[in-house]
Design a protein around this ligand. Structure first.
Ligand code: IPE
Ligand code: IPE
Ligand code: MG
Length: 232
């Protein structure tokens, strides 16, 4: 039985739209509430012993949404930039971004650049924001780098692919949480979740509280992980 806290938790923050629709509000209203839930989580994260927390904020497939919604989602990052930065600076939290930054508007990259300047030597936690992130695109990006480095095919290892993913130097995901009831991975950290424990919560993201994270961690500690071996 696992008794230690997970090193790496990843969250698919889903259900902003449904949360708002249930209240007869616009999807944009739901994203604002979702942003508040994220800020609240970032503020409370120091109360939990967790080294890495990755949140899925915008997927490579989310560009398919109406332009108005996409524009609104892109503007959230600059809006919360300073609040997140100041909190993390004060609380010894590092911030990291994963995803394809090359196709994002400059105002989004500018906010991320500020976040990336946080380089505490021994951070209490590292928060990783997945933005314009797709698991398949991550693997393609890794393979391209390996090919560009002219690595002979016989020398290619799993470790090498891992080292060239956006998540370079991060441990594999121990716990994957998805809110709002859907039971799918939606092209999130597909390589990194190879042996993750999955937790599906019915509540929508704007209702997510630190208590929910604590409950998941307690359940995780009771799960038995085999990694292909036999139970001991
Ligand atoms: C998650 O909520 C936020 C993003 C994907 C950016 P959704 O917007 O997907 O909400 P639902 O799934 O439509 O309810
Ligand atoms: C996954 O949610 C992406 C994020 C939470 C950022 P989606 O709402 O985009 O996933 P699908 O389309 O329902 O699978
Ligand atoms: Mg959704």
């Amino acid at each position: 039985m696992t008794t230690k806290n997970p090193d790496h938790i990843a969250i698919i923050m889903d259900g902003n739209g449904r949360w708002a629709t249930n209240k007869n509000k616009s999807r944009e209203y739901g994203h604002l509430a979702g942003t508040r839930a994220l800020l609240y989580l970032f503020q409370k994260i120091s109360s939990i012993q967790i080294k890495y927390l990755t949140v899925f904020a915008f997927s490579t497939e989310n560009w398919k949404r109406p332009k108005k919604e996409v524009d609104m989602l892109l503007k959230i990052i600059p809006k919360i930039k300073l609040r997140v930065y100041n909190h993390c600076k004060k609380n010894k939290i590092n911030l990291r971004i994963i995803g394809d930054m090359t196709t994002l508007p400059p105002f989004v990259n500018e906010a991320f650049d500020k976040w990336k300047t946080l380089q505490h030597k021994n951070p209490k936690t590292t928060l990783i924001v997945a933005f314009n992130y797709g698991g398949k695109s991550d693997i393609v990006h890794s393979v391209k780098t390996i090919v560009e480095n002219k690595i002979p095919s016989n020398d290619i290892t799993e470790a090498m692919i891992s080292e060239n993913l956006y998540t370079k130097n991060l441990p594999p995901v121990d716990v994957l949480i998805r809110t709002a009831g859907e039971k799918r991975i939606s092209n999130f950290l597909i390589w990194q979740c190879a042996y993750a424990e999955f937790f599906f919560l019915e509540k929508c993201w704007p209702d997510f509280k630190i208590r929910d994270l604590q409950n998941v961690i307690e359940s995780f500690k009771k799960r038995k992980r085999n990694f292909g071996s036999i139970s001991s």
